[in-house]
Design a protein around this ligand. Structure first.
Ligand SMILES: Cc1cc2nc3c(=O)[nH]c(=O)nc-3n(C[C@H](O)[C@H](O)[C@H](O)COP(=O)(O)O)c2cc1C
Length: 233
């Protein structure tokens, strides 16, 4: 089972967010997952120019490291998005990466996979990061399993580290269990509405959204919208 972690912290693998993510990965590895990590601080991630090529031709003209992450997702069972809070939200690096992923929100590549969120802060704004990154995971098709966060009180001391470690490890185990048991997670209404909206947008503008239209036809999504079935419970 493969887990892909994308971390938007400027401190990469040595930061406070990575420390918490590390506990999640450790427990996931004990449960049988192999992790591949992508610290965005070590990758080249250029800004989206808004040209629309990704939705029209299916290709982004920017030549950087973003396709490497998207390729890793193709064979991933589990995807973790991690970012510290920067001024009430995700870091610029994480937002830039997500903007560059825009076309995949039209052609959700994580159907049948499972995702989780990791964040850290000095005590303000984690809920917005969790809300945003979990929304992204669901809109990309993943079942959202949960989030873990920690508060670093300056200078870099994690508040209640044992409790955070335990929560991170539990989430790592839950992620693997979700994939093993093929659990169903309900999509939030916002994601279901977005898919209905996309169906009409792409259908009515198929000359503009050529790559999206082709993908939706090939996958039969005009007739059956993915992810809109109700979960078994
Ligand atoms: C530019 C910047 C903005 C920040 N904004 C916030 C904030 O809005 N709320 C908060 O609680 N912490 C904020 N922090 C603190 C970081 O979220 C916190 O130190 C985090 O644990 C850093 O994680 P990292 O080591 O993985 O980068 C900010 C830090 C920086 C550098």
């Amino acid at each position: 089972m493969k887990l892909v972690l994308v971390n938007g912290s400027p401190h990469g693998d040595r930061g406070g967010t990575a420390r918490i993510a590390g506990w999640l990965l450790e427990a996931a590895a004990e449960a049988g997952a192999q992790a591949e990590t992508f610290p965005l601080s070590e990758l080249r991630v250029d800004f989206c120019r808004g040209c629309g090529s990704c939705m029209n031709s299916g290709l982004c003209p920017r030549e950087d490291d973003v396709p490497r992450v998207h390729e890793a997702w193709e064979t991933a069972d589990l995807v973790v998005l991690a970012s510290p809070v920067h001024v009430f939200h995700v870091t610029g690096a994480m937002k830039t990466f997500i903007d560059r992923t825009a076309a995949l929100f039209h052609r959700p590549p994580l159907e049948g996979r499972y995702g989780a969120v990791v964040t850290s802060s000095a005590g303000m704004g984690e809920s917005r990061v969790i809300e945003y990154l979990s929304l992204c995971l669901e809109a990309l098709g993943a079942g959202y399993v949960g989030a873990v966060w920690g508060t670093y009180r300056p200078p870099g001391r994690l508040w209640e580290p044992e409790a955070v470690r335990e929560r991170a490890r539990r989430l790592g185990r839950e992620l693997v269990a979700a994939a093993r048991e093929k659990r169903d997670y309900a999509l939030r209404d916002e994601v279901i509405s977005k898919r209905r909206f996309l169906r009409e947008l792409i259908r009515q503008n198929r000359k503009i959204f050529r790559a999206d239209h082709r993908y939706w036809e090939e996958h039969g999504w005009y007739d059956h919208l993915p992810g809109t079935r109700r979960p078994r419970r």
